[in-house]
Write a protein that binds this ligand. Sequence first.
Ligand code: FES
Length: 133
Amino acid sequence: MAEFGVEVVDGFEPQAMALCNSDALLNSGEAVPFDVIYRGQTCLAFAIRYGDKVYAYLNRCSHVPMEMDYQPNRFFDLTGHWLICATHGATYSPQTGACQGGPCRGGLVKIETSERDGVVHWHTGPQMQPVNF
Ligand code: FES
């Protein structure tokens, strides 16, 4: 059964995975990292809060597929309005993951999220699965 009004696509039923308490994410603050399996590979991901809403993306720059944080869990630039890759300075929208400037080759891979009763969740997808320990 789909939770939180998540749409069922092509027979796939997304699941909402608990990630952290809501107060762990502050506007333009540090991210909460997590692991996912994306297209069969274990990948790092991160969740951030911007404009009171939570967003999550793979931690993988579209320029060169490498991690973007310049210090662990720090993705926002000094303005607090853009996500920035530490390697060559590509910038992305925190709301959509779209390229804003620099040497991006497309946008970030977005992960759906929701927030309910003080808990942040990320949502699985056909290509986005939890890591089983
Ligand atoms: S690897 Fe991110 S800007 Fe080059």
